[in-house]
Design a protein around this ligand. Structure first.
Ligand SMILES: [Zn+2]
Length: 422
């Protein structure tokens, strides 16, 4: 990669600024809300048609056999490939799904409004701007007239926000994303434009059900309240477990710093009679809660689960008439890119060139499709790097700065070229 090539590529990204913004807006206007998985097929075809026009070979992979792939909500993934020389295959992957807008917006979340050099909309930061950066990184190399030494692949995949099983996991299981076929993977998730994300903590989602005995609500002493039973468990989580988790710290550079510890969250709870509608006076005979425990590489899954089992056992001891059951919902092992991975050094050098400062290596507080790339596809050389600020993701009035989008596009373009050559 010569200095002339680099300068030409950077100039092409600058020239394409308005196109990159427009592409992002067009994506935001396709409301790919998950759940339930709206407009996935339309979005896959928007990306695929565009890549085909740019000279990519385009494939569509519907997640056949997955229960969430239905006629009403088809799970359609798209991959475009552009082959050059016999060099490495660099795969740029973005998820097309966005979380529901939620409340508190001051503008239409799907209008794609640009104001003060910020693009607003649900999913703009997480991560439609990232998909735009991937597309225009490849485009800038081509427009600069720099021959591709290897292959660039760009994929738009579904369901990352709900685990990615019909998305990146599906591509990996189908062998479309695989060791021996895919050398490097960059996922342009929003983690700030000067940070490279090398992995994430582990996830243990579990459900606890409490069963009591129904009785007349005017004589609660004749029944067994499942809600009271669940309260015992919640108290133990808050007073026994949480202080211990806060005291455990990982050596992995998770951001923000408060997430450098183990954490637990109660995602949802239901019990007794539905709160909306007509009720009758009854003691709650059933209560269920879903918990989200983020564990550290240093803790490991087995110890994490054993600790929860002990907590449930303690709730049983203080509420012996309640029947508690623990059920695993999702287990994600922690992941970390090898320190000497070429994908880290290529991005590091590109960030220094574009932004004039050294990037920070971080790990994500949440999980993302990285896990499927390493664990199912067996490709260790994967990181997340993209435009947008981590703290803005999933918030009302979500936005991405145009300058970040342009800079990330430059960084991805240079790193991709470098990696194809490596
Ligand atoms: Zn995301």
């Amino acid at each position: 990669m010569t200095t002339v090539d680099i300068d030409r590529i950077l100039a092409e990204v600058d020239r394409a600024g308005d196109e990159i913004v427009q592409y992002t807006i067009d994506l935001v206007r396709i409301p790919t809300v998950n759940p339930p998985g709206d407009e996935y097929e339309a979005c896959a075809h928007f990306i695929g048609d565009d890549l085909a026009q740019r000279g990519f070979i385009v494939e569509y992979l519907a997640a056949e056999g997955r229960p969430e792939h239905t006629t009403r909500y088809p799970r359609v993934n798209v991959i475009g490939s552009r082959r050059g020389g016999p060099g490495r295959v660099v795969h740029l992957n973005g998820h097309v799904d966005v979380v529901p807008p939620g409340r508190g917006w001051s503008i239409d979340p799907f209008a794609g409004v640009v104001r003060d050099r910020k693009i607003y909309g649900r999913g703009v930061c997480d991560m439609k701007a990232g998909i735009a950066a991937a597309v225009f990184a490849a485009e800038a190399i081509v427009r600069a007239g720099v021959p591709l030494p290897g292959t660039i692949e760009i994929s738009g995949t579904v369901d990352e926000e709900s685990g990615g099983f019909a998305g990146v996991a599906y591509l990996a299981e189908a062998g479309r994303l695989a060791r021996g076929r895919t050398d490097y993977v960059i996922i342009p998730e929003p983690l700030n434009v000067d940070r490279i994300c090398i992995g994430h903590r582990g996830v243990y989602w579990f459900e606890v059900t409490a069963r009591g005995r129904i009785a007349h609500g005017s004589m609660p002493f004749l029944g067994v309240s499942a809600i009271d039973g669940m309260t015992r468990l919640l108290e133990a989580v808050r007073t026994d477990l949480t202080p211990q988790l806060v005291s455990r710290r990982t050596a992995v550079p998770v951001v923000p710093p408060a997430a450098r510890h183990a954490t637990i969250n109660v995602n949802g709870i239901e019990g007794g009679q539905p709160v909306d509608g007509i009720q009758t006076p009854c003691v709650a005979d059933f209560c269920r809660a879903v918990f989200d425990r983020r564990f550290l590489m240093e803790e490991g899954f087995d110890a994490t689960k054993a600790e929860i089992e002990q907590l449930v056992a303690r709730a049983r001891a203080v509420a012996p008439d309640v029947i508690f059951d623990l059920r695993d919902l999702m287990i994600v092992q922690p992941t970390r890119t090898p320190d000497d991975s070429p994908v880290i050094s290529a991005l590091d050098a590109s960030i220094q060139r574009v932004l004039g400062r050294r990037p920070e290596l971080i790990a994500s507080p949440g999980t993302y499709d990285h896990k499927h790339v390493t664990r199912i596809a067996g490709v260790p050389h994967c990181v997340a790097y993209g435009p947008g600020e981590l703290e803005i993701a999933h918030q009302p009035d979500e936005f991405c700065r145009v300058d970040d989008l342009v800079n990330a596009t430059k960084v991805i373009a240079l790193a991709t070229l470098d990696l194809m050559n490596s």
